[in-house]
Ligand binder design. Structure first.
Ligand code: HEM
Length: 275
């Protein structure tokens, strides 16, 4: 009996020592384990833990050369990057595999091609230079990134234009984020304006040219009033859309409104030809 109690104490002591050791060297143990089982094809791996409270979510930093290896050749997995974030798209091999329609995106960050659809003529250095894209294109590109977050497996960050070698956002990335926020704000404002100035119906024919007209449902906005077609220029924009404007807003300064030529100010429809 005494021997049994002695063993029990020894066992308890051993467990306490293991618990203390694990607590003190927690990060080192996890790092060792992750490196031991990491993909041997990629040695320059930096592991980070996003939040120590969350389950250990490993995030890898890729160089361009690292990423290029994940191209599906010789059974390698298929990875692509978009706005500097890397995703494993192997489960979409029918789109991304060698010889498939979107294989072009694999092994690189070709963010710009998600917008311009240019899959062949290609300058590797400019392929992820997105800050010259139009505001709505920046939003579309972010939608693509969200699509990959939803549908595929996030793997990490690409060192280069968007992230530095420590995985921190670069000043270029900050600029991109600022432009994206501006684009979203402008879009929200345009949507708000569409509530007040809904779109006209538009059709075109060879004989009569363009025909614009307002109804109580034009622009997809159900309302009591019909409105008069006007060319609406938003502040700072040099192109216009046809908007239906009600009497009380005809003199607004919120946007610039222009009457259609050869169309009575209170007509609900106008015809015009563009040369
Ligand atoms: C800017 C131009 C385009 C880009 C960047 C683009 C990109 C893509 C990508 C990345 C996928 C794979 C999505 C996934 O992982 O599930 C895809 C799928 C597809 N795309 Fe495109 N695409 C473009 C234009 C087009 C056009 C013009 C067509 C039609 C003529 C088209 C038809 C399709 C179809 C049918 C699928 C497969 C959908 C499915 O099976 O789930 N794409 N596209």
């Amino acid at each position: 009996m005494f021997e049994f109690v002695k063993h029990l104490f020894k066992l308890q002591f051993l467990l306490i020592v293991i618990a203390i050791f694990t607590g003190v060297y927690y990060n080192e143990i996890i790092n060792w384990a992750v490196h031991k089982y990491a993909d041997p094809a990629s040695e320059s791996i930096a592991i980070k833990f996003q939040n120590p409270e969350e389950p250990a979510l490993s995030e890898r930093l890729f160089t361009r050369d690292d990423l290029a290896q994940f191209n599906g050749e010789n059974d390698a997995p298929l990875y692509l990057a978009i706005i500097g974030t890397v995703f494993d798209v192997t489960k979409g091999a029918k789109h991304y595999g060698p010889g498939c329609a979107y294989n072009f995106f694999v092994g690189r960050d070709a963010s710009v091609s998600f917008i311009n659809g240019q899959f062949e003529k290609f300058d590797e250095d400019e392929a992820d230079d997105v800050v010259t894209l139009r505001p709505n294109d920046l939003i579309s590109l972010e939608n693509w990134q969200q699509f990959y977050r939803r549908e595929y497996v996030y793997k990490g960050k690409l060192i280069g234009r968007f992230y530095d070698k420590n995985g921190e956002p670069t000043s270029y990335n900050h600029k991109y984020m600022m432009l994206l926020e501006q684009a979203k704000a402008a879009k929200a404002q345009a949507e708000q304006l569409r509530e007040v100035y809904p779109d006209c119906n538009i059709e075109w024919s060879v004989e009569r040219g363009s025909h614009v007209w307002c109804t109580t449902t034009s622009g997809g906005k159900q309302r009591e009033w019909v409105g008069y077609p006007r060319q609406l220029f938003e502040i700072g924009a040099n192109n216009f859309r046809c908007a239906c404007v009600q009497d009380k807003d005809l003199d607004t300064t919120e946007v610039m409104l222009k009457e259609y030529e050869n169309c009575a100010p209170h007509a609900h429809e106008c015809y015009y030809k563009v040369d």
